[in-house]
Design a protein around this ligand. Sequence first.
Ligand SMILES: NC(=O)c1ccc[n+]([C@@H]2O[C@H](COP(=O)([O-])OP(=O)(O)OC[C@H]3O[C@@H](n4cnc5c(N)ncnc54)[C@H](OP(=O)(O)O)[C@@H]3O)[C@@H](O)[C@H]2O)c1
Length: 301
Amino acid sequence: MKIIVSGSSGLVGTALIDFLRHGGHSISRLVRSGSTVTADATSKMIRWEPPTGSLDLAAMEGADAVVNLAGASIAGGRWTEARKQVLRRSRVDTTRHLVTGLAQLKEKPHVLVSASAIGYYGSRGDEVLTEMSAPGSDFLAQLCRDWEAETAKAEREGIRTVILRFGVILTAHGGALQQMLRPFRLGVGGRLGNGCQWMSWITLKDVVALIQYAIENSSLRGPMNVVAPNAVTNAEFTSVLAATLHRPALFPAPRFALKMALGEMADALLASQRVIPEKLNGRGYTFLHPQLKAALQAILN
Ligand SMILES: NC(=O)c1ccc[n+]([C@@H]2O[C@H](COP(=O)([O-])OP(=O)(O)OC[C@H]3O[C@@H](n4cnc5c(N)ncnc54)[C@H](OP(=O)(O)O)[C@@H]3O)[C@@H](O)[C@H]2O)c1
């Protein structure tokens, strides 16, 4: 298949491209000016400028699938008003430009697979959340709603559209787990806040396999929770991580300290999201890593 990927230099994009290449697919990467991505023998580069919407449409013709992973890092700095604008524009405006471009193609792709996040649901205590649950109302929830609304416009253009509501993606090579590893390895890790908040996680290996599944399964469309079937509380996550690393977990990070250090961004760390992958469960999907203990052992050992 011919597959175009945006945000391809990121955590998910890098792993996805590797995975798809091994599957024999032909890959084109959407590359912004100033990007450090360089041409190589196995993938083409297509120039785009998300802020202006400029996109090389001729180079986009005839692709089978587009995977949209672009977005400035949520953890890339305190959420000042200016930073919030960057987070919004890099997702909502970028996706609008991409979908507008796809709509103009003579040969449109069969499918658009586009990122979102379980931040869509806001913080919901012990409530079990499925794809049918109502959205939340905090900054991230509103961002995800607007982002998904731009993505969904591709359906009106006759492009099958799958929206991936990612949970916390686990890999040793980046993201939340990599940030946690240093304090835990030094023996100064611990739970966040009171540790009662639910964490819905998924391994990076399951994520890339699921993106391929979304591309290939023509009956799949709309939002899909991309989380393992067994969410855990932060306290449980902390104790399983510490046990996997053979380290203690004695130093909780109190809520007020996180709020002081991170401002509003701390809300994302402390949010409780007990999400289940109902759509995937309904299809009998088999996860590579459904249980946290085995997942962390596979990642870290
Ligand atoms: N990792 C997680 O745990 C997680 C959880 C929930 C949701 N998500 C979402 O899933 C998507 C992929 O995640 P990821 O972990 O791979 O993210 P990532 O490592 O931060 O990569 C995102 C990529 O987006 C592009 N990008 C950065 N700033 C941009 C901007 N201002 N405008 C347009 N594009 C920009 C960059 O790729 P190029 O330089 O190649 O353009 C970057 O490598 C993101 O949208 C993220 O919010 C991730």
